[in-house]
Design a protein around this ligand. Structure first.
Ligand code: SF4
Ligand code: SF4
Length: 365
């Protein structure tokens, strides 16, 4: 019996497509505290330099939204038991946004709260997370520092930046709605270490070392930047991948080529003077000039980034002493002979052009 075609899922497909259409450019403005605990500093640098655009399928984007929507319920649950929860900074009326001294590293706390039964008088920053059943079981067994080191590092970075001594980690198992809580103490040493790590990434002009050169290494297999890092794929062209751009104070970006500050829009657009940061090119730098850099690629070919090389001027002249051909490439000469001729057939460089001969062929000195 012929098998039935799979059921059409036009509506679900349309919902996912709508999420994808509404997604942002896939580049994060700042280096986020939520990822600073990542072991591979190189992946952080790639993210900060927008080497790979984050493109998520509609289903995944919806899953992210599930996590955001859960925050309101966590807040309601805490208020239900009398905890005072400030979702926004009362001074600004906006989200609790934190930035380090560079202005390029930070994030947003989910809330700040006081009145927990365990420590009623102590302000805590709140971190709300949703977990799969497997992740939740591990969280219960090992605690947040061991089972979710990125979440722990995120809270340490926030405590360091906000000057708050306690964090309250509240998590839910998406399968059962069971809750998990953990109070986390501020570890000053860890906080300072994370801020120093962020500053190194922000100011690094080159990517840090790889955590592994083996593409099969588990962290590399999960890494968004594997294609650029290990497979020789080109990074995208924009100011963040350009060697003229640098992160400057106050979370701003500056272009040394044009001597201007770069808005977010400028950065995404880039310009025709873009030159890749050499470490983003899978080749060896062999030559450079104003507005161009040449690389030898792994296959032996040469690739020129930036202004295209001018086509060599070729002129007819008397037969080559070596091969008899009569076409020559014009190059710079010396002394009374301003131009040197190189045979296009055999590469012999035995002929010269004086000013008068050059002028008669329309070649300007
Ligand atoms: S592929 Fe591996 S080494 Fe490269 S950035 Fe990602 S995690 Fe780091
Ligand atoms: S040269 Fe162009 S692409 Fe490079 S940083 Fe300046 S504006 Fe951006």
């Amino acid at each position: 019996m012929a098998s039935l075609p799979p059921p059409a899922t036009s509506t679900v497909d349309a919902i996912y497509a709508a999420y994808e259409a509404a997604a942002d450019a896939g580049w994060r403005e700042h280096l986020g505290a939520s990822v600073i605990g990542a072991e591979c500093g190189r992946s952080l640098w790639y993210s900060f330099r927008w080497a790979t655009r984050a493109r998520h399928a509609g289903r995944l984007l919806r899953l992210f939204e599930t996590g955001h929507l859960a925050e309101a319920r966590f807040v309601a649950d805490l208020r239900r038991i009398g905890v005072t929860v400030l979702e926004v900074d009362p001074d600004t009326g906006r989200q609790w946004t934190l930035r380090d001294a560079t202005g390029h590293f930070g994030g947003s706390m989910d809330a700040v709260a006081k009145g927990f039964p365990e420590a009623p008088a102590t302000w805590h920053l709140c971190e709300f997370k949703t977990h799969s059943a497997k992740s939740f079981a591990r969280l219960q067994a090992e605690g947040v520092a061991a089972s979710k080191p990125l979440h722990w590092a995120q809270m340490q970075a926030y405590m360091q930046l906000a000057g708050i001594e306690r964090a309250f980690y509240l998590a839910v198992c998406k399968d059962t709605d069971a809750l998990y809580q953990e109070r986390v103490h501020h570890d000053v040493e860890a906080g300072l270490r994370l801020l120093a790590k962020a500053e190194r990434i922000v100011h690094a002009v080159r990517p840090p070392a790889r955590i592994s050169d083996d593409p099969a290494w588990w962290q590399c297999r999960l890494c968004d930047h594997q294609a650029v890092c290990q497979e020789g794929e080109a990074a995208e062209r924009h100011c963040r991948s350009c060697l003229h751009a640098s992160a400057v104070e106050g979370g701003a970006w500056h272009c040394a080529r044009h001597g201007v500050a770069l808005s977010r829009q400028d950065q995404e657009r880039g310009c025709s003077a873009h030159l890749y940061i050499p470490d983003l090119v899978p080749g060896e730098q062999v030559d450079a000039g104003e507005d161009w850099v040449s690389y030898r690629l792994p296959d032996g070919s040469e690739w020129r980034d930036g202004v295209p090389a001018a086509e060599p001027m070729v002129v007819p002249h008397g037969p080559c002493n070596r091969c008899g051909a009569d076409r020559y490439e014009v190059g710079p000469g010396a002394g009374p002979h301003p131009f040197r001729l190189t045979c296009t057939a055999c590469g012999h460089r035995g002929r010269w052009l004086g000013y008068a001969q050059a002028a008669s062929r329309g070649i300007a000195a």
